[in-house]
Design a protein around this ligand. Structure first.
Ligand SMILES: [Fe+2]
Length: 366
């Protein structure tokens, strides 16, 4: 990779491919004090008004590129910084390699809470593991009522919902959600009816005296990849049809729609949704629905099979963080007469975890 000059043009040269860098692309990145607020890195000018910008003279010395623009602005650029932006190498999430897993996953990514945890290298490693595996477990988190709120807000900002800032998971009479019973909960993603769907669920175990009530997790991306390899027609229809999800209680009606397997613009897996108590597929041609229902039956069987599920017991002080766009979670049945089972949960969004990850990398110089 090299930056070269050719007659006042700035050329970016990578693997023998040459691209001229647009003068406005450079002009909007001028970093001198007059143009950039040093406290917040926000521009003190509006580049959307720039027009007819040209480079009148250009010089390179070591890592510095000095440009004089035709509007009189003279600016110095750090070449390595321009290059890292050009190559997108500062995109931290690109450097985290996702590992998809099934029931053969040997070691759950586990961390131990300690003094100063939130600003520590362990927190940085935790967040990287979270993006690698789609979940992490922290042990020895203080067993205090509502502590989950403090934990969540130490990463970013809690995502409040109509269940409140946080929710208590224990069996209650007349529950407005199956989570508040002692029934088994098959693997599901939370709140696909919300707009946008909450990104990350945090669950903190305060009490657990029952024999059952194991937590279950399934890597939805692993199952989707398996389906793509083994039943491509099922995979395709689940990536195509948008299903409506709906939640109703006495105060609110929430609705959102999306594919059971959503892909991004590069056809990579972006998000899975699965909650068969709340999904309503639109009316389509009978043949199409026939394929859809067979595909849903298949993916449901895969999500519920032992091949893909891990199962473990949360003990008091354990806190689990789950990517609700990638993993499914559930729990096994328990007998509420055996004792107490009390978990507290809340949501945060990916901008919290990503923002914290970048912050810690900068702060700890990692
Ligand atoms: Fe849930």
């Amino acid at each position: 990779m090299k930056i070269e000059l050719d007659n006042n043009k700035v050329i970016f040269n990578i693997n023998q491919n040459q691209t001229e860098i647009h003068p406005i692309w450079l002009r909007e990145r001028v970093g001198e004090e007059k143009f950039l607020d040093k406290n917040n890195n926000q521009r003190l000018f509006d580049p959307s008004f720039l027009d007819n910008i040209n480079i009148e003279s250009a010089h390179i010395k070591n890592d510095i590129l000095e440009l004089t623009f035709n509007d009189g602005v003279i600016s110095q650029f750090q070449i390595s910084k321009l290059a890292s932006e050009f190559l997108d190498s500062e995109n931290l999430l690109n450097t985290v390699k996702q590992k998809i897993w099934d029931s053969s996953l040997k070691n759950k990514p586990t961390f131990y809470f300690k003094e100063g945890f939130y600003e520590s290298k362990e927190m940085y490693e935790l967040l990287k593991s979270f993006y690698t595996y789609g979940f992490i477990i922290v042990k020895n988190v203080p067993i205090q009522n509502n502590y989950i709120v403090q934990f969540a807000n130490s990463i970013g900002s809690i995502r409040r919902t109509n269940f409140g800032e946080y929710f208590n998971v224990k069996s209650v009479p007349n529950p407005n959600d199956l989570a508040y019973t002692s029934l088994a909960l098959p693997p599901h993603t939370d709140n696909p009816y919300r707009k946008p769907v909450p990104c990350i669920q945090l669950l903190h175990c305060i009490e657990n005296e029952v024999n059952g009530g194991f937590s279950t997790l399934v890597d939805g991306f692993k199952v989707a990849s398996y389906l793509k390899d083994n039943n491509p027609d099922f995979f395709e229809i689940l990536t195509k049809i948008k299903v409506k999800f709906k939640f109703t209680d006495k105060d609110v009606i929430l609705e959102n729609d999306g594919q059971l397997i959503e892909l991004d613009e590069k056809k990579n897996l972006k998000q899975v949704r699965f909650n068969t108590r709340l999904d309503y597929v639109p009316i389509l041609k009978k043949e199409e629905l026939d394929l859809y229902y067979r595909a849903r039956r298949k993916i449901s069987a895969l999500y519920n099979s032992e091949k893909f599920r891990i199962e473990f017991k949360l003990i008091p002080g354990d806190l689990m963080m789950v990517d609700n766009h990638r993993l499914l979670h559930g729990r096994t049945v328990y007998d509420a007469n055996e004792g107490k089972r009390f978990l507290q949960g809340c949501y945060i969004d990916h901008d919290s975890s990503e923002g914290k990850l970048r912050h810690l990398k900068r702060k700890l110089n990692l």
